[in-house]
Design a protein. Structure first.
Length: 544
């Protein structure tokens, strides 16, 4: 063997050995997904080449079909970057502008007294109510069909905004459905047709499409599941919310997208570089989100990221443009740790954390604050138009927003906790006397409040039938066993606990009652992503 042949041989051996080590490391991270349960598909792209793909767990528990790199997932909010690409393309073609009033293209859009621009939709600064929560208030169940038309009908009936356009960055799926409607209006094609013809087919993404008909048979689909009492059960996904969601694809196809994205950024293609531009709020605050992507510092590296969650699907694409690295993980096991902790460990195989890196993404932590420290934080706080309950469970600090589940945090120090479900830090602040009455989350302050317990004798004043003209839905509030409840004929009954004077919370969200000269005349309902939906008190359901 010649010296040059020997060098080539040794080089091939080294490459194969490195790939073997990488594969073993990734296998160890995702070993939690057994061959008998749902799991995930993983792809790693480096220097424009796919260097790893593999599936873990089952795409179908019913038929024992394993997940592969070709398995098709509903990637939920990962869809938004493709809607963002469509909008950026139409801007480049001179057909629309970020400053355009939405009603210029959708005259049926509600006249709420404020101008909402395409830019407001792109950057989540519009004030439009988020449809998953708003439609749930209206009586929808997550397990039943929700269509694009249902969402647009909700938009047309919205009476008030959650906030002044441009004053806040507040995530709203609805804005991206409206963007899809604008694409259809401007191009004269359905959103599925336009995205397939202008994105997926040119990139060779043959298994990728936006679902606009829930009856469609999808070959190779990874069904979604969630754990319940120690076993996995089916999580129904009958959703056609294209624009914000409902994109079906595989890690193989998404790898082609990340490769094209990286090349376009290097070439300074304006359609793509525009997608990395944030915005500035009315008060001057900079926002790093736009066009369905967020740019952030991750362990000291510039990263482009978005996650998705719907039914049992949990998904993430995280790109590192300067390092020519991209990570794609698509799951069907309702595991919130997948897009946070597990993907964080995957990234750690390739990128070491830089010194003094400011990031909330620290995953391998063994810090355990003393119980006395955690006790200082327990209580109720006003945050983001709703309320957060901070509690502890078996030495773990739990974070629960109005109307949502309680999620565990990971302690990074005595005062900083990672809410892994959101991949964001919760930072508590002590005053000069050591008392803790505030925390910061998503750059927004929260302030502690003391719960006011309404005397049982005062509860009857809140009873009655309440009707929302906006959602065309009624609820009945009643007293039973000296407790207040709210009832909906489809959703059932929720106990309401008093917080402050004339304010109650329960599984439905936060109710703030308001009065006129005669007494209680209605309430405003707020939740995780909706604010102040007005319900008027009435003796019977109004006739429209």
């Amino acid at each position: 063997m010649t010296i040059s042949a020997l060098v080539i041989f040794l080089l091939i051996v080294c490459i194969c050995q490195a790939q073997t080590n990488i594969g073993a490391g990734i296998d160890s991270i995702f070993a939690t997904y057994s061959t008998n349960n749902p799991g995930c598909a993983v792809a790693v792209v480096k220097n424009g080449q796919v260097i790893f793909t593999k599936g873990y767990g089952l795409a179908s528990m019913e038929y024992q079909v394993p997940i592969t790199a070709s398995s098709i997932f509903d990637v939920a909010s990962l869809s938004k970057q493709f809607t963002g690409f469509a909008i950026s393309t139409l801007i480049q073609q001179g057909k629309i502008s970020l400053n355009d009033d939405v009603r210029q293209y959708l005259p049926e859009f509600p006249k709420i007294g404020k101008v909402i621009t395409i830019g407001n939709l792109v950057h989540h600064t519009s004030g439009l109510r988020d449809w998953p929560e708003a439609l749930e208030v209206a009586g929808w169940r997550y397990s039943e069909l929700c269509s694009f038309d249902d969402i647009m009908n909700m938009v047309k009936h919205q009476k008030e905004l959650d906030f002044e356009p441009g004053s806040e960055h507040f995530y709203s799926n609805t804005g991206y459905n409206v963007l899809a409607a604008i694409v259809e209006k401007v191009t004269g094609k359905t959103f599925r047709e336009w995205t397939s013809g202008n994105i997926f087919k040119p990139l060779g993404m043959g298994d990728t499409f936006f679902l606009d008909d829930s009856r469609k048979v999808i070959p190779g689909l990874a069904s979604s599941y969630y754990p319940d009492n120690g076993v996995f059960v089916k999580s129904t996904d009958i959703l056609t919310a294209y624009g914000s969601s409902s994109l079906y694809t595989s890690v193989n196809d998404l790898a082609k997208w990340t490769i094209a994205f990286e090349k376009a950024i290097d070439a300074k293609d304006t359609v793509y570089t525009r997608m990395l531009e944030g915005t500035t709020l009315n008060n001057g605050t900079k926002i790093a989100y736009g066009f369905g992507l967020e740019t952030e510092d991750y362990n000291g590296y510039k990263s482009i990221v978005h996650t998705g969650a719907w039914a049992g699907y949990r998904t993430i694409i995280r790109m590192f443009p300067d390092q020519k690295l991209a990570f794609i993980v698509l799951g069907n096991a309702n595991d919130n740790n997948l897009s946070g902790g597990l993907t964080g460990k995957l990234v750690g195989l390739f990128l070491e954390k830089k010194n003094n890196a400011a990031t909330p993404a620290k995953i391998t932590v063994s810090y355990h604050p003393a119980k006395a420290v955690l006790n200082k934080y327990m209580g109720n706080y006003k945050w983001g138009g709703g309320e957060v309950a901070i509690a502890q469970q078996n030495g773990v600090l739990m974070f629960q927003y109005s109307g949502e589940d309680a999620y565990p945090t990971i302690a990074l120090s005595d005062s900083v906790f990672l809410l892994e479900a959101a991949n964001k830090n919760v930072t508590f602040h002590a005053d000069k006397n050591g008392a803790v009455n505030t925390f910061t989350f998503r750059d927004k302050p929260a302030k502690r409040f003391m719960i006011y317990k309404t005397p049982p004798g005062e509860l009857p004043q809140y009873t009655g039938v309440y009707y929302s003209p906006e959602l065309e839905v009624q609820y009945r509030i009643y007293v039973k066993d000296r407790k207040l409840f709210i009832h909906h004929f489809r959703r059932g009954d929720f106990e309401l606990s008093s917080n402050t004077k004339d304010e109650f919370t329960g599984g439905i969200g936060m109710l703030a009652f308001y009065r006129d000269a005669k007494g209680i005349s209605g309430f405003k309902l707020s939740g995780g992503r909706v604010r102040n939906i007005r319900f008027n008190k009435s003796n019977e359901l109004p006739i429209n």
